[in-house]
Design a protein around this ligand. Structure first.
Ligand code: HEC
Length: 122
């Protein structure tokens, strides 16, 4: 009985292990779905900028004279195109976040979706 039980256990567990493996691979290669619907300033944009950019661009740090603290300040860099240019690492802009890996495609897509929707203070 005993070996058989272990065998059955293994057969049932294997898909779970393989399932997890593929989940991780999707994360690594960015193949997971990215939900770009209803992106708001208060729930997503502000937190993202706080986490990835405030070390250098809070009102207090103000690196390069760039402040991204508060909606009005962020909107300035949305409107002049520098925010997207910087996080997309486009030619002619300083790549941001400086000295750190590029933001994930999903984060960039969600920021882009918020901007496409009018970059509202929502
Ligand atoms: C480690 C410090 C640091 C971090 C973190 C950082 N920045 Fe910067 N950023 C700078 C410095 C310094 C400058 C000014 C010098 C330059 O343009 O390279 C700058 C300039 C900029 C500019 C103006 C770029 C241009 O081409 O005119 C924008 C926009 C910007 N940052 C956005 C961001 C955003 C958005 C984030 C977060 C995703 C971020 N930065 C994270 C240091 C940083």
């Amino acid at each position: 009985m005993k070996p058989r039980f272990i065998h059955i256990l293994f057969v049932f567990c294997l898909p779970l292990i393989v399932g997890c493996y593929y989940d991780n691979e999707e994360d690594l290669y960015g193949m997971t779905d990215c939900d770009t619907a209803n992106v708001t300033y208060s729930a997503f944009v502000r937190n993202t900028i706080e986490q990835s950019c405030f070390a250098c661009h809070s009102a207090a740090s103000n690196f390069g004279g760039v402040t991204l603290e508060g909606y009005e300040a962020v909107k300035v860099y949305v409107d002049n195109g520098r925010l997207l240019g910087a996080i997309r690492h486009e030619a002619g802009f300083s790549s941001m976040p400086q000295g750190a890996p590029k933001l994930s495609d999903c984060i960039i897509d969600r920021l882009q979706a918020w901007i496409d929707d009018g970059a509202l203070n929502n």
